[in-house]
Design a protein around this ligand. Structure first.
Ligand code: C2E
Ligand code: MG
Ligand code: MG
Ligand code: MG
Length: 277
């Protein structure tokens, strides 16, 4: 299956998705069609500084405009793609789109965050694509941040370590996503050298009324700071949460309060208007 990364750049071939047996033949067929016909697209959600509200990054989040079922959110298909192994092909597609976005927004300074699955991270095909991209877009990769969840790192910790180190050697920064929801959050902080830590929404919901959550958040933020890791709070919906997180010294925030994920043309407009929260 050929994937064109950028207009004039590189072409790579991936068979990763086909190697594992897909439990759902329908998804298998649908997925191939969707990739080929451009049914996937990315929406972009601003990440802002909690000290000033400037947009410092955007996270790219995948959506599937399914030919038969309409708009699908990742919750409805990511885990099936992980089971069939096709998630790797999605990861490669996302990475290719990220390069296009970096090119499109090359005059901007924001960091572009993408989500990569654990399987993708340690997959030889994806790493090949990244290595190639480095030869062509080397300077742009410093604006890319790869988000991985804790749970995606458990399968093969050593392989994941070497893959993440290689990404960092290309100046790609790394974020641990959904921090606090896995079962070895702390051990991962010392096994991997993350640049950013995204605190799961579970710790933000109800923060206004929970002294315990405030204490936990305070501890996470101090720990991260001591380790030289920046903190990002996910899923901020209330002004009070924003204010408390800023007081706790959390660096950045993302959530419906500031902005929902938006289409690319909307982001273009926001940037032109010097949008800030
Ligand atoms: P995530 O990476 O933790 O992304 C944050 C999710 O929280 C997004 O959901 C976002 O829309 C949602 N969110 C942001 N602010 C708020 C808020 O204030 N309140 C609430 N309730 N939700 C908020 P989304 O887009 O449905 O994505 C869900 C998950 O699917 C992501 O969680 C990520 O793990 C996965 N995912 C999304 N895009 C990709 C992708 O391109 N590749 C891979 N492998 N996984 C992806
Ligand atoms: Mg994420
Ligand atoms: Mg997250
Ligand atoms: Mg999440």
């Amino acid at each position: 299956q050929a994937k064109l990364l950028g207009r004039d750049q590189i072409q790579v071939y991936s068979t990763a998705g086909a190697q594992k047996y897909s439990a759902t033949h329908r998804l298998d067929r649908d997925f191939k069609r969707a990739i080929a016909q451009g049914e996937f697209y990315l929406v972009l959600q601003p990440v802002v500084s909690l000290d000033g509200g400037q947009m410092v990054a955007v996270e790219a989040l995948v959506r599937w405009n399914h030919a038969d079922h309409g708009e699908l959110s990742p919750a409805s298909f990511i885990s099936d793609l992980e089971k069939s192994g096709q998630i790797v092909d999605l990861d490669i597609w996302v990475f290719g789109q990220a390069l296009l976005l970096l090119k499109k927004f090359q005059s901007q300074t924001f960091v572009l965050n993408i989500n990569i699955s654990g399987q993708g991270l340690i997959n030889a095909d994806l790493l090949k694509v990244v290595r190639k991209a480095r030869q062509i877009h080397g300077d742009q990769l410093s604006r890319l941040c790869v988000e991985v969840t804790e749970s995606s790192l458990v399968d093969d910790v050593e392989l994941a370590q070497s893959a993440l180190r290689e990404l960092q050697s290309f100046n790609i920064s790394l974020a641990i996503d959904d921090f606090g929801t896995g079962y070895s959050s702390l051990s991962y902080l010392h096994k991997f050298s993350f640049d950013r830590l995204k605190i799961d929404r579970a710790f933000i919901v109800g923060l206004e009324t929970s002294q315990e959550k405030a204490v936990i958040l305070n501890t996470i933020v101090s720990l991260a700071r001591a380790l030289g890791i920046q903190t990002v709070a996910e899923g901020i919906e209330e002004i009070k949460q924003f204010e408390l997180l800023a007081e706790l010294g959390c660096d950045f925030g993302q959530g419906f309060l500031m902005s929902r994920p938006v289409a690319q043309n909307v982001l273009v407009k926001m940037l032109a208007d010097d949008w800030r929260y």
